[in-house]
Design a protein around this ligand. Structure first.
Ligand code: SF4
Length: 88
């Protein structure tokens, strides 16, 4: 991922520095326009109130935890329907 510069910034960021699920690169002018228009992501963004030349570093990616591998096979679901009784 490219680093943010004075020409483009990641939108949105989080005040805590955490990752956002969806973000895209925008120009600082677009950022300032969105702030003036009360874009709903701005109140929790690090760029809120900063000048156009401001650069906020990318969030540090936390190491991913390895998912445990299950050695037990998944059991098939069983129907709770009663089987019809066969006539004798
Ligand atoms: S201040 Fe608003 S427009 Fe600018 S980067 Fe943050 S969320 Fe996007």
């Amino acid at each position: 991922m490219p680093e943010p510069t004075a020409d483009h910034r990641l939108c949105p960021t989080r005040a805590s520095g955490a990752h956002t699920l969806i973000a895209h690169w925008i120009a600082p002018g677009a950022c300032l326009t969105r702030q003036r228009a009360n874009y709903h992501k701005c109140p929790t963004c690090q760029y809120l109130g900063l000048p156009a030349e401001a650069v906020v570093p990318l969030p540090v990616e936390a190491p991913r935890e390895e998912l445990p591998v299950s050695a037990t096979p998944v059991r098939r679901a069983r129907s709770k329907k009663k089987k019809p009784v066969e006539p004798v």
